[in-house]
Ligand binder design. Sequence first.
Ligand code: TYD
Ligand code: MG
Length: 450
Amino acid sequence: MAAPKQVFYCRECGGEHPKWSGQCQHCGAWNSLDEAPAPARATPRRPNASRASPVRLSGIDTEDLPRLSTGSAELDRVLGGGLVPGSVVLIGGDPGIGKSTLLLQGLHHLAKSRPALYVTGEESLQQVAMRAERLSCRDGELELLAENDVERILDAARARTPAVLVADSVQTLYSDTSTSAPGSVTQVRECAARLVAYAKQHQCIVILVGHVTKEGNLAGPRVLEHMVDAVLYFEGDRSSRFRLIRAVKNRFGAVNEIGVFAMTDRGVRDVTNPSAIFLNRSTESAPGSIAFATWEGTRPLLVEVQALVDSSSLANPRRLGIGVDQNRLSMLLAVLHRHAGYALGDQDVFVNLVGGVRVTEPGVDLAVLLAVLSSLADRALSRELIVFGEIGLSGELRPVQGALERLKEAQKLGFRKAVVPAANRTGTRALDIEVSAVARLPEALAKLGF
Ligand code: TYD
Ligand code: MG
């Protein structure tokens, strides 16, 4: 009898290889291939097995999907307005960031109106109960199950028909149909596939908790991200109380939406006015600091950008961006040199976004350069000033989306002056902010006296 066929899976992305190699051909990771038995070939379908017939697009009912609230307005917003029945949500994040805490609180709320099942593969029932005690969610109808075998979990789910099922975490589950170890790519994929199939069949909301690797990716196969309807990342600095949830994929809402939470001794709480916490308003204005208005998903958020410029003793001066893209920072410094004449070739440049926020939109460009210049010139900028705008390679200021909303949020928090791209001028007259709309970087610098 021929030996069972083996294939190799990448630990990082789940890519499949017929032979071992040192580098994954799909994602380029080194030494990440694990051997596993090849999946059994699916039996060919009977020709008449499927009776699916096409329907006309215009005939499909698009009534608003009913949504279930998790009891947290922030989490609901990131989800696009609540949980959609039959959807599968993957929540990733570093260990200890608060995934289990948040989900326990959410399920406790949901269990008040419908059956809910919390499956824990990592903690004992007593541990979960002790946490629930601390969160004041011991009461209610929420059911717990400490189990790792996905078949038994599904049996329990079929018997109880919960409206919501949480599997914490997907890496601890295993299925007998696959012989590889729990946590391996094949197991994670198999278990997730079983739960996804269950969710779709029974219109049950399934929430999968996933661990992230050192690199910050969801551990195990990236294929998980394709299988689920929404992928949320729980992030934040562990040393700070604040936590962000970011939607990186959402079939039922906006991506890049963020929810802001605070970790307290009684669980995770919504932060209703996030701009106030990311702005360092208590201290005196200092050189190298500026307020920036960003647009996250569907709402504005004000963040403080800080920079430090210092003469370097290195042949290649350092450029370090925390919360902003490193390559973008280098590019901006080149634009500053070519179009405004500030040479920083012999200076170390550090840029940091206060509060552990990460901004991925290029609208942060102008704020970064102004913070850098303010530190270089050792001159504090007005504390009443707010800026945003993308900077192009020829030194032009490009418009951002949601400019009016950003300015309104700034006005609410007491800002009185703004420097914005010229194309974002429309509608700013009505505001109680003195808006300077500029077309090019040198013009913006001149406005601020650089
Ligand atoms: P947890 O939800 O277990 O994290 P994860 O599931 O993402 O691994 O959160 C654990 C951390 O949160 C732990 O360091 C203690 C802290 N914590 C609080 O600060 N307050 C609380 O009320 C609870 C339950 C936990
Ligand atoms: Mg946990």
